[in-house]
Design a protein around this ligand. Structure first.
Ligand code: BTN
Length: 335
């Protein structure tokens, strides 16, 4: 079930929060907010009261108006929407579930119901979060960003890896904007900090003849997980932004930064400028130039990762001197 606080008043609350934010640390008069939103001052007051009840701290001073003091660390569709750039494609519809099996499942349903691209579905908690290669994805409540995006790129299925290249690049940039942390990318889709995984991407693709019908871009970011939230088996390989930075990260701020960045990079990709993204990706990717072991099903490929091809595949120089193109797999970086 979607969380109640996101139902009904989406446009009004988004407008109110946007207007309050546009004043920075200043006040906005009730009359100005009422004008912008096209409703009465009394109706604004009611909405402000209900925002306060879900954790927004909004100061009210006679003759000055309202000031947004702080916002809760909850995923609220109207709040995230109020932080997005104008005319976004990704993020034009946002839904938040308190709990669901997997946000990829929800977006897969939207994808097959002919919903337009750009919808983003978050869950505060996933009961059956899925990772790559049939693994599960730990998704504790209110500690991370677990979400999926519906895309319908005008790409042939062979170029679908470009979406993963794009998304991993967007994630590194957004994490840096919000936390100052410089993360890196482990091909094909892991985001690492100090060598440990902080975020992952799971894409599920529907094709029609030689065309992509949809891509469900599922993203999991370990934001405020503490060491105790991670299972013992992952303690050496996984981490979170909070563990690495030593402080809590405000998830709605990060959610909006990720959506804005994805939207901007998706527009770059859609205009045919993949090389701009690929160059950024190569700067962030720590796999290139390293000796790697890649498990592809039952096959093991060992060699030196030399480059990423235009379709997103990894070019590996094997021990026998051959250049192999690897489309996907599980990579271990050798020391
Ligand atoms: C991986 O690195 O193995 C990919 C992890 C992807 C996890 C995200 S969380 C949101 C979306 N829903 C899922 O069930 N999985 C993805």
């Amino acid at each position: 079930m979607p969380a109640n606080y996101n139902e009904k008043q989406i446009p009004i609350d988004t407008k109110i929060l946007k207007t309050l934010r546009s004043a920075g640390a200043g006040f906005v008069s009730g009359a100005d907010i009422a004008n912008t939103c096209g409703i009465s001052r009394a109706a604004i007051w009611l909405r402000i009261e209900s925002l306060r009840q879900i954790g927004f701290e909004i100061e009210a001073v006679p003759h000055l108006g309202y000031k947004l003091v702080s916002t809760p660390d909850l995923l609220i569709a109207d709040d995230i929407a109020s932080l997005l750039n104008e005319d976004v494609i990704i993020g034009r519809d946002i839904q938040v579930y308190t709990s669901t099996s997997s946000t990829n499942d929800i977006v897969l349903k939207l994808a097959t119901s002919n919903v337009a691209e750009g919808s983003v579905v978050f869950a505060e908690y996933q009961t059956n979060g899925r990772g790559r290669l049939g693994r599960s994805w730990i998704s504790p409540a209110k500690k991370g960003l677990w979400f999926s995006v519906l895309l319908r790129p005008n790409l042939s299925p062979q170029l679908s890896s470009r979406i993963i290249i794009m998304a991993s690049t967007s994630l590194v940039k957004a994490i840096n904007q919000v936390t100052g942390i410089q993360a890196s990318i482990k091909w094909p889709n892991d985001i690492l900090i100090n060598g440990k995984k902080t975020a992952g991407i799971l894409t599920e693709i529907g094709t029609e003849l030689d065309k992509i019908n949809y891509i469900v871009l599922g993203i999991g970011i370990n934001v405020n997980l503490s060491k105790g939230d991670l299972p013992q088996t992952l303690s050496k390989t996984a981490t979170s932004l909070m563990i690495e930075s030593g402080s809590k990260v405000h998830r709605p701020t990060l959610a909006a930064a990720v959506i804005n960045q994805l939207d901007s990079d998706y527009k770059t990709l859609s205009k045919g400028n993949f090389t701009i993204i690929a160059e950024e990706w190569e700067r962030f990717c720590e796999t290139i130039g390293k000796n790697v072991t890649i498990h592809v099903g039952d096959r093991i490929i060992k060699g030196r990762a030399e480059a990423v091809d235009t379709d997103g595949s990894l070019m590996v120089r094997t021990q026998h001197g051959r250049l192999e193109r690897v489309i996907g797999g599980d990579v271990t970086l050798e020391k």
